[in-house]
Design a binder for this molecule. Structure first.
Ligand code: NAD
Ligand code: IPM
Ligand code: MN
Length: 367
């Protein structure tokens, strides 16, 4: 049997720092659990631009199409702010998502009890929270045409187009309903059908797909109300299904329910490959955090938990994923935290690398 294959794209800023901690876990699984991954590493984002003049080389794209899963750190940073739009670091990530056709982006937000006081909301509102945002990832206003900056009546106009086909809405909806079936069987779809035609179609298609899942309690909410409800009473939700842009915003918002953006993992899944597993890319929800990059301060948990999602969804290693998530929870409960989850009176911050070592120690303790 061939080894499972992984392409690692650390990217920019804190990307390489948090990915180094995932590497420790990959090595640990090889040593202690007898599963050796074929790991290759390559460049994406600003790092790829620096070497190749593009944020994702064609060879890297081709490799991403071949492996069982891609792990990505983060892309972007102020150094690249003035680049032409077509070669900005973020375009590399968007190309991966689009060409791998990763239409279903799972962004779970779980509040570990030990972190409930770090949320900007009251403990009661967030403790025990466990929701899943499913963000449509390959269409909508991120990719719709026409787009660009044009001259019109002597001034410039910036245009982006929200566009969704029924097929696009439907396939993401199916993945969200399937997840709801494995969870608490509640799905809330969010759009703005009150002002957008694409929202009207979204609501119609999701309702139609819902007929195939009679056990799932389906509700609809305007996305602005959804943002408010997410902050007012987030535990009312189980699975949320929403479009590309609303999903981007709502998931950052959900991050603060967990205590830190440094806690939120994600899985971007596409159609099944020959091995029956979905095409997949795993990445933390956070970005390259230029304000703390290079200082060893980044929280690696989001990236580590993204790897746990890879174990579950790409490698059929659900037990190992559970163990890894439990190890992260244990370390946090023991008060080992990076700066984003520390405070002066209480917990003293540890470095990114110490945090990774603590997760390894917790894994060893629970062999
Ligand atoms: P960001 O997520 O990089 O940072 C927002 C804030 O959260 C910062 O204060 C940062 O220090 C903090 N933060 C983020 N991750 C953290 C972690 N793991 N540990 C501790 N603190 C953390 O968002 P931004 O500042 O708006 O964007 C910076 C760059 O990252 C931009 O170029 C943006 O386009 C890019 N970005 C990339 C991705 C990605 O690669 N998937 C996602 C979001 C933003
Ligand atoms: C995210 C990021 C990306 C997005 C950027 C970096 C392209 O914010 O993954 O949440 O907008 O999707
Ligand atoms: Mn985002």
């Amino acid at each position: 049997m061939t080894n499972p294959s992984l392409l690692i794209l650390p990217g920019d800023g804190i990307g390489p720092e948090v990915m180094a901690e995932v590497r420790k876990i990959i090595d640990w699984i090889g040593d202690k659990r007898g599963v050796t991954f074929d790991v290759s590493e390559d460049l994406v984002g600003g790092a790829a631009y620096d070497k190749h003049g593009v944020p994702l080389a064609d060879e890297t794209m081709a490799k991403a199409q071949e492996v069982d899963a891609v792990l990505l750190g983060a892309v972007g940073g102020p150094k690249y702010d003035d680049l032409d739009f077509s070669v900005k670091p973020e375009r590399g990530l968007l190309r991966l998502r689009k060409e791998m056709d990763l239409y279903s982006n799972l962004r779970p937000a779980q509040c570990f009890d030990a972190l409930a006081d770090f949320s900007s909301l009251k403990r009661d509102i967030v403790s025990g929270l466990d929701i899943m945002i499913v963000r449509e990832l390959t269409s909508g206003v991120y990719f719709g045409e026409p787009r660009g900056i044009f001259e019109e009546n002597g001034e410039r106009v910036g245009i982006n187009t929200q566009r969704y086909t029924e097929t696009e809405i439907e396939r993401g909806a199916r993945s969200a309903f399937e997840l709801a079936m494995k969870r608490n069987k509640r799905l809330c779809s969010m759009e703005k059908a009150n002002v957008m035609e694409s929202g009207i179609l979204w609501r119609e298609v999701v309702t139609r797909v819902g007929k195939d899942y009679p056990e799932v309690e389906l509700s609809h909410m305007y996305a602005d109300n959804g943002a408010m409800q997410l902050v007012r009473a987030p535990k009312q939700f189980d699975v949320i299904y929403t479009d590309n842009l609303f999903g981007d915003i709502l998931s950052d918002c959900a991050a603060m329910l967990t205590g830190s953006l440094g806690m939120l993992p994600s899985a971007s899944l596409g159609a099944p490959m020959a091995n029956g597993r979905p095409k997949a890319l795993y990445e933390p929800v956070h970005g390259s955090a230029p304000d703390i990059a290079g200082e060893g301060k980044a929280n690696p948990c989001a990236c580590i938990l993204s790897f746990a999602m890879a174990l579950r969804y790409s490698f059929d290693m659900g037990d190992e994923a559970d163990r890894l998530e439990a190890a992260v929870e244990k370390v946090l409960a023991d008060g080992v935290r990076t700066g984003d989850l520390s405070n002066e009176e209480g917990v003293k911050p540890v470095s990114t690398s110490d945090m990774g070592d603590a997760v390894i120690a917790a894994l060893n303790a629970n062999l």
